[in-house]
Write a protein that binds this ligand. Structure first.
Ligand code: DAH
Length: 318
């Protein structure tokens, strides 16, 4: 029994004895009452003192200004650890920094878009099965959380087309969060990040595009890389390509181990026309690819789900 319990038992015993006052002769009642009250008060004081002591030793007063790392006695749930930037955001900055060094401007994407920007402005024929290939989510109002950053192409072209009349080029990258109604596993997420690139000028060529992409990947992985392309299909580019890099040895790759990093191609004349740009005067190329995959390769990560999981053990590794 701890001290407080013992004192409470003593108090009970005193109270029980106090009841006997009724059986005493009148002349003894006053003296007995005084004694028993004194005893009771002494015990009550002892209990109060013991309780105060136990509070002092068991519970630290909470200093709300203290960082929990300084005060080890503070329970875990008072933790006020400093937050940090999400690794994907750090890498997105790295990505846009590289493009900015190459002369590109950055325009932000959005997290809710519409049928026109998702499909029509990108030359997807109405009712065409290619529209189903993007596993789009839809809100009850018929809006679309973008399934790729290409939804921004039309906006970029319209916003910057006056540059072309001034004899300049349109050179813009658009990082953004994208959403697909997919089954989630180690390599597929319903929510991930992409970065889109759009370039338009009087005389640009596919060779310029491949040069820009090679430069980007070599800067991002800080080494020379072997690249390769293969035919692809996107309604908004003609011709369309898939762009691959050989997985570097330093990142666990073997010779001939090529990874598809993004889709790209020469912007389809209809896409330029819809934005009010004359495709007989100007040419453009565009590309778009996942950021998550880029980052996973850089750090040797194998589960894309960690990025959206809020798993602190994972996030603390960065
Ligand atoms: N938006 C395509 C995707 O998510 C990738 C892409 C392909 C973007 C070709 C482009 C492009 O800008 O020209 O699969």
């Amino acid at each position: 029994m701890d001290e407080i319990e013992k004192l409470k038992a003593k108090l009970k015993e005193i109270n029980a004895r106090a009841g006997k006052i009724r059986e005493l002769p009148v002349e003894e009642k006053a003296e007995f009452g005084r004694k028993i009250n004194a005893e009771r008060e002494a015990v009550l004081a002892e209990i109060a003192e013991a309780e105060r002591k136990s509070l002092d030793t068991e519970v630290e007063p909470i200093d709300i200004t203290a960082w929990s790392g300084v005060n080890e006695k503070m329970p875990e749930f008072y933790s006020a650890e400093m937050g940090s930037k999400h690794p994907l955001m750090t890498e997105l900055d790295r990505v846009t920094d590289i493009y900015q060094m190459m002369g590109f401007e950055v325009m932000e994407s959005r997290q809710l878009d519409d049928e026109f920007h998702m499909f029509d402005s990108l030359n997807f024929p109405k009712e065409h099965p290619a529209r189903d290939g993007y596993d789009t989510f839809r809100t009850e109002e018929g809006l679309i959380p973008p399934a790729h950053t290409s939804t921004m192409q039309h906006r970029v072209l319209k916003k910057y087309k006056s540059r072309l009349d001034e004899g300049k080029a349109i050179a813009v990258v658009v990082p953004g969060r994208v959403f697909r109604n997919e089954d989630v596993d180690a390599t597929h997420e319903h929510t991930f990040y992409q970065c889109e690139g759009v370039y338009v000028s009087k005389d640009c060529t596919m060779g310029d595009m491949l040069g820009i992409l090679r430069e980007f990947f070599e800067k991002y992985y800080k080494q020379k890389l072997n690249i390769r392309t293969q035919p692809g299909y996107f309604p908004f580019t003609e011709p369309s390509l898939e762009f691959l890099i050989e997985k570097p040895k330093s990142l666990g790759g073997k010779k001939g181990d090529y990874l598809e990093m993004l889709g790209c191609g020469m912007i389809h004349p209809n896409v330029l026309k819809m934005a009010g740009i004359d495709p007989t005067k100007y040419h453009g190329f565009a590309w778009g690819g996942g950021i998550d995959r880029l980052v996973m390769l850089r750090y040797g990560l194998n589960d894309v789900r960690n990025f959206e999981s809020g798993n602190l053990n994972f996030l603390r590794e960065f």
